[in-house]
Design a protein around this ligand. Structure first.
Ligand code: SOE
Length: 386
């Protein structure tokens, strides 16, 4: 007999929304959620047939296209939001006002101003006891979480410098049609806000808050694309970006991101260099990370490959086969993310990636835009990072 029932609404039934639904469908595997029954109550999407398809495939009780109708349902405890970037501020403002717990996909709006506006609404005393979270699912991957734990325990000492990248090839073909992702007014930015944001979060997760953007460069290589009607549209945001930044105590680093990176379909990579070693995680070697400890026997010098498993965080609760070498994938990171979100609801705590922290990440993106425009370094006000 469940001790607690949590009823879920989903706003946005596209790829990211379905990843959230996958997370909710599987979240109850987690020991910390024993006794919690997750019910998929209602999914809405502007394209109602998609909402219906997702409702049928994932098992939502209701489907439709009205956000207001979903938010008016008092039986719904928590809402996931996964919409085009320009829709987040209006919809999230409504969700916050509804008093429901919320887990939204990144980015938190189109820019730092919208993110700060949403963070202020989330901090309203009327929302005391409710959870506001932003989905940075990559930090839930066992290999990256284990690398972070090793750094936090001082395994490689203070971090001196780092490099982070997120490469994708989803827009490398000029024939890829124009969508909202290629228009600055609906996306807030291109590769840097879309996938570079995950690399930024990985930097802040492992190295610490970004304190300054020392320089940035953006590039658009495919300057126009045809939309679904065959109309040629100008691309008004970045295909690729490179950012020079300082994070943590005083670590220097470079972040590179590209959505036109042939041969790298979906690759988030972080390497950190410390005073006593170095470590690397890449989604291209999803279930492992490498670490080099300087004190090792010089005859056997070189990075050690660590295969993640039940000894590493964010593994056991999401893996239905809990043994080393079996591995987890992109979907399980969403299970872990939903488990963390539902756990905060049950325990009355907040996610480390709350709206305040996500607003700080958005301020880094603003600083990168300013640094690129002015050629000058831009300090960043660090956020409420746990
Ligand atoms: C498209 O680039 C996208 O769906 C991103 O928006 C997601 O955040 C990333 O996880 C996968 O690629």
């Amino acid at each position: 007999m469940p001790t607690k029932i949590l009823r879920i609404g989903l706003i946005g039934a596209g790829m990211a929304g379905q990843a959230h639904a996958f997370g909710y469908r599987n979240a109850s595997m987690a020991d910390p959620l024993r006794g919690v029954q997750v019910e998929l109550a209602h999914v809405v999407d502007a394209f109602a047939p998609l909402a219906q398809d997702v409702a049928e495939r994932y098992g939502f009780e209701k489907w439709g296209s009205s956000v207001d109708e979903l938010l008016a349902d008092p039986s719904i405890d928590a809402v996931s939001v996964a919409l085009p970037n320009n829709q987040h501020v209006d919809v999230l403002t409504k969700v916050l006002a509804s008093g429901k717990h919320v887990l939204t996909e990144k980015p938190l709006g189109l820019d730092g101003s919208q993110a700060s506006q949403l963070a202020a609404l989330a901090a309203d005393p009327a929302r005391k006891g409710t959870v506001d979270a932003v989905g940075f699912s990559y930090r839930r991957i066992p290999g990256l979480a284990a690398l972070r734990d090793a750094v936090a325990e001082g395994a490689i000492g203070e971090i001196l410098h780092f490099e982070a990248s997120y490469y994708s090839d989803h827009a490398a073909d000029p024939a890829v049609p124009f969508t909202w992702r290629f228009e600055a007014s609906t996306s807030g930015g291109g590769a840097l806000i879309d996938i570079g944001a995950h690399a930024l979060d990985a930097i802040e997760f492992v190295v610490g808050p970004v304190r300054e953007v020392q320089g940035a460069n953006f590039a658009t290589y495919i300057t126009e694309r045809k939309d679904a009607t065959g109309t040629v549209r100008p691309v008004t945001n970045d295909d690729a970006a490179a950012v020079l930044l300082v994070a943590g105590r005083n670590a220097m680093g470079v972040l590179q991101t590209s959505r036109v990176a042939y041969g790298r379909p979906n690759a988030l990579t972080l390497t950190v260099f410390g005073v006593r070693g170095s470590a690397t995680f890449s989604t291209e070697d999803f279930n492992q990370f490498t670490i080099h400890l300087a004190e090792g026997d010089p005859r056997f010098d070189g990075p050690r490959r660590v295969i993640t498993g039940p000894l590493h965080g964010a593994y056991s609760d999401v893996s239905s086969f809990r043994s080393r070498g079996v591995g987890t994938g992109y979907g399980e990171a969403f299970i872990a993310q939903v488990q963390a979100f539902l756990g905060c609801i049950v325990n009355g705590t907040q996610m480390e990636t709350n709206f305040a922290a996500a607003a700080a990440t958005m301020r880094i993106l603003d600083a990168a835009n300013e640094a690129a425009a002015t050629g000058r370094a831009v300090p960043v006000e660090t956020g409420a990072h746990a």
